[in-house]
Design a protein around this ligand. Structure first.
Ligand SMILES: C[S@@+](CC[C@H](N)C(=O)[O-])C[C@H]1O[C@@H](n2cnc3c(N)ncnc32)[C@H](O)[C@@H]1O
Length: 460
């Protein structure tokens, strides 16, 4: 691969080497020092794996163009990889890259049943099960649309379901995503740059240059010779890390739980409510991430307030336009949604195979060998349970405030983020709500404006 990279014009290889590291496995180390921000590596456009290049290939391109409906970006890249892997001659450079790829992966889609069972109750469990099914369906569809149409290009012994899963795992764990200035998304695989492991302690330091199409990596921090070079894959939860990359970060601060909210189209006033959700930037089916820092996002309350509107409140809320249901609609509505949330979180938590404390105890005792699939699944479950417990606590606190009638002018917590353990200052105009800082005051103003003006006018 090295000579292919050099001949193609890759820059920076003289200062970098592949190496094995105890925590992250194979990665890249520097052989000289770098200052943060310095360019470390450039992989030229012509050797990147992209959809454009797959379609431009003289053998693969015409077959891809004939597939109806067209393949997704993910499938195109996966088939491109398998196609090159299956060739016995030609494609020498790309084949040397494929030969350097891992032969197996530890994504949750490849877990044994008993390993995945450790994560029972998590969104990882549900999504993995759904994925297993959809991967089989997609593979069957590729057989019909592509493989059996061109048996010489896609020999079935090299395009089976296990090959397809390998290719998908390769794309999930190694592809990089960018959005061009005109909003077009680009997904690509960059040889050698795909050997860089992740750490959240560097800023995003891989970049795509839309004018040249080259991929570059900058130093995300200062490096000494022999240091491992990292990039940042983004603020990814353990659930997503395990599904897409096959690893977890114990105590991951980005852990989250994806809450799915949906409403039956035959529910009362569905069409009017659908309009209100749209106005509020939501959809009739909304997936909202609950996180450790924001376990009960405002969007959840907003969605449910609209979902539970009665005929009388519907008209009032519709007049609020884009501020619709940003704040409490009525005591009844608020109590109803908060009770629903407390019960739902309780129900979701009861669905976890093993409670958080028990899992922590098991990890402590070494029941799951460190680094094993079951160990990783246990970390996902712990993270999601932590988030759900925080969300339930927050819903209970809000419920007791509404039930005691002290929510409307609660001054003991930030009206925007709910923080109570921070210095708070009152809204300068109405003095009825408090904020932990300027950012929260600004973020809250749009929804608070009408009430603020009314209260300020009342108090003269
Ligand atoms: C883009 S590749 C990086 C190179 C990879 N280690 C290799 O040998 O090909 C992404 C994969 O590296 C591993 N990886 C990356 N960052 C990691 C980390 N912080 N801890 C553990 N494994 C990591 C995971 O297996 C992940 O799927």
């Amino acid at each position: 691969m090295d000579s292919w990279l050099r001949e193609s014009g890759a820059l920076g290889l003289d200062s970098l080497e592949l190496a094995d590291f105890p925590d992250t496995g194979r990665g890249v180390k520097t052989t000289r020092s770098f200052k943060e921000g310095e360019k470390i590596l450039t992989i030229p456009a012509k050797i990147l794996w992209t959809v454009k290049h797959a379609y431009a290939d003289p053998l693969l391109g015409p077959a891809l163009k004939s597939a109806q409906p067209p393949l997704s970006v993910e499938d195109t890249l996966a088939i491109y990889l398998l196609f090159v892997k299956s060739r016995e001659s030609g494609y020498e450079g790309q084949r040397s890259h494929v030969a350097a790829l891992p032969t197996s992966y530890s994504s949750s889609i490849l877990f044994e049943e008993d390993e995945l069972e450790v994560a029972a109750g998590t969104s990882l469990y549900t999504i993995t099960k759904q994925l297993e099914q959809s991967i089989e369906d997609d593979h069957r569809s590729l057989l019909v649309r592509l493989f059996i149409q061109y048996p010489d290009l896609f020999p079935l012994d090299k395009f089976g379901i296990d090959d397809y899963k390998w290719a998908l795992c390769t794309v999930w764990s190694r592809a990089m995503d960018f959005v061009l200035p005109n909003g077009t998304p680009v997904r690509l695989l960059a040889p050698f740059a795909d050997m860089l492991n992740h750490t959240s302690s560097v800023k995003q330091c891989h970049a795509y240059d839309p004018s040249t199409g080259n991929l570059s990596v900058l130093a995300g921090k200062d490096y000494q010779p022999g240091d491992q070079v990292f990039i940042n894959y983004g603020p990814v939860s353990n659930s997503r890390l395990l599904r897409l990359y096959g690893f977890v970060i114990p105590g991951n601060p980005n852990d989250s739980y994806d809450l799915v909210l949906s409403t039956h189209p035959q529910a009362p006033f569905y069409e009017q409510k659908e309009k209100l959700w749209k106005m509020a930037g939501l959809d009739s089916t909304a997936t909202i991430p609950l996180t450790l820092t924001d376990p009960l996002p405002k969007k959840v309350l907003r969605y449910l307030r609209i979902q539970r509107l009665d005929a009388q409140n519907l008209a009032v809320v519709a007049r609020q336009g884009s501020d619709a249901a940003e704040e409490k609609v009525s005591d009844e509505n608020e109590v109803e949604i908060l009770r629903f949330l407390v019960e739902s979180f309780e129900y979701l938590l009861s669905g976890f195979g093993t409670p958080l404390e028990k899992l922590e105890e098991q990890l402590e005792k070494g029941v799951y060998p460190a680094g094993s699939n079951a160990w990783a699944a246990a970390h996902v479950s712990i993270g999601e349970q932590k988030v759900l417990r925080l969300a339930k606590k927050r819903a209970e606190e809000l419920l007791s405030l509404v039930e005691s009638g002290s929510d409307g002018n609660a001054k003991d917590r930030c009206a925007n983020c709910g923080k109570a353990d921070a210095p708070l200052s009152l809204c300068g105009r109405c003095k009825s709500v408090a904020y932990c800082g300027r950012a929260c005051q600004v973020a809250h103003y749009k929804g608070h404006k009408t009430k603020c003006q009314a209260l300020a006018a009342k108090s003269g």
